[in-house]
Design a protein around this ligand. Structure first.
Ligand SMILES: [Zn+2]
Length: 240
């Protein structure tokens, strides 16, 4: 199992879970140089192989010039890696369940134990704070910095009308948090509907429960399952 294969599997797992569509992306900080990160060329995550992975510096410039086009929004990743030395993996996703929480005053809160990290706080970044009349995409370093500032020390930030960015010390944590952020959003919406739309009638995890859970939750069993499943599929693709 190589680092680059982990990144391929992370991308494919998020795509299969429906949390990144053709436009989301996963990156990982280089294991050998903390001032660089890897991310695929501009391609749908479900199609990524190791051959599609490009290396970038933290200004999001490709280390090898003249290669294939990268994602327009790669500045999300470079600017967060600069601001957060503790972060080694980032997922930018367009979860449909999460977006409504970014454009209403209904706050995303931890309802499900696998998403306890939400209790650490999920700020909501509105691109208008940085640029009026944008096309909503993080197309440059200024916008990436603004998002990284809003993220602060938190595990994720919503992006108003767009999606979210989720970070982790390890690839498996960033992926696990991304998948369970989506599940929690769906469950919270269901619970609020069952409570007549009253968010205060829902029981959320409290701060003590959040702290006890995030102290150990690294999505180990989920990652082991996703890895085994995708290793078999990738091997079959290579021999097809
Ligand atoms: Zn996006």
């Amino acid at each position: 199992m190589s680092f680059l294969e982990d990144l391929v599997i992370a991308s494919r797992t998020c795509a299969e879970a429906g949390v990144i569509d053709a436009y989301g992306h996963v990156s990982a900080r280089s294991e050998s140089n903390p001032n660089r990160y890897f991310m695929a060329r501009a391609i749908a995550p479900e199609l990524i192989t190791e051959a599609d992975l490009l290396e970038y510096d933290l200004d999001s410039r490709p280390v090898v010039e003249g290669g294939p086009a990268g994602y327009n929004e790669r500045y999300i990743h470079g600017e967060i890696y600069k601001a957060r030395p503790d972060v080694n993996a980032i997922v930018h996703n367009h979860s449909h369940a999460v977006v409504p929480f970014s454009c209403t005053d209904c706050r995303l809160r931890p309802i499900f134990h696998m998403a306890a990290f939400i209790g650490l706080g999920i700020p909501n970044w509105d691109i208008r704070e940085a640029q009026a009349g944008s096309d909503m995409l993080v197309r440059n370093a200024m916008l990436g910095r603004s998002l990284a500032d809003k993220l602060g020390k938190h595990p994720a930030a919503l992006m108003r009308g767009h999606g979210s960015v989720v970070v982790g010390e390890k690839i498996q944590i960033a992926v696990g948090r991304t998948v369970y952020l989506d599940h929690n959003a769906k469950m919270q919406f269901q619970a609020m509907q069952m409570s007549g739309g009253n968010p205060d009638a829902v029981v959320y995890m409290d701060d003590g429960e959040v702290a006890a859970n995030v102290a150990w939750q690294e999505y180990v069993r989920s990652w082991d399952l996703w890895k085994k499943k995708w290793q078999a599929r990738l091997a079959a693709e290579r021999t097809a």
